[in-house]
Design a protein around this ligand. Structure first.
Ligand code: FES
Length: 107
């Protein structure tokens, strides 16, 4: 699978990811700027916030209660439609590619 990260400054990172890896982990493993992932993927920190682009939204897993709570605590304001925690978006056969905008701030 593949993750495409769009940054505030107009730069883009395109990163290959193995199946079963979250958007947050892919970002950290490839030193993609703007994703912190402080809690290690437990849906407890909201520093992996991303805005998923249209066209991928219907392939994402449902938002869990934990994720829902953390999405209320993001540094950059939540977008009702596009905001997700990067650690809860996992690449694999159901999601071969995803394109996200990285918020300007996570803390
Ligand atoms: Fe902490 Fe995603 S890494 S909520």
């Amino acid at each position: 699978p593949k993750v495409i990260f769009h940054h505030d400054n107009g730069e883009t990172d395109v990163v290959e990811s193995p199946d079963g890896t979250s958007v947050m982990k892919v970002a950290l493993q490839n030193a993609v700027a703007g994703i912190v992932g402080e809690c290690g993927g437990q849906a407890m920190c909201a520093t992996c916030h991303v805005y998923v682009r249209d066209g991928y939204l219907d392939r994402l897993p449902e938002i869990s209660e934990d994720e829902e709570e953390m999405l209320e605590c993001t540094a950059a304001s939540r977008d009702e439609t596009h905001s997700r925690l990067g650690c809860q978006v996992v690449l694999g056969p159901d999601l071969e590619e995803v394109e996200v905008d990285v918020p300007g701030s996570q803390i």
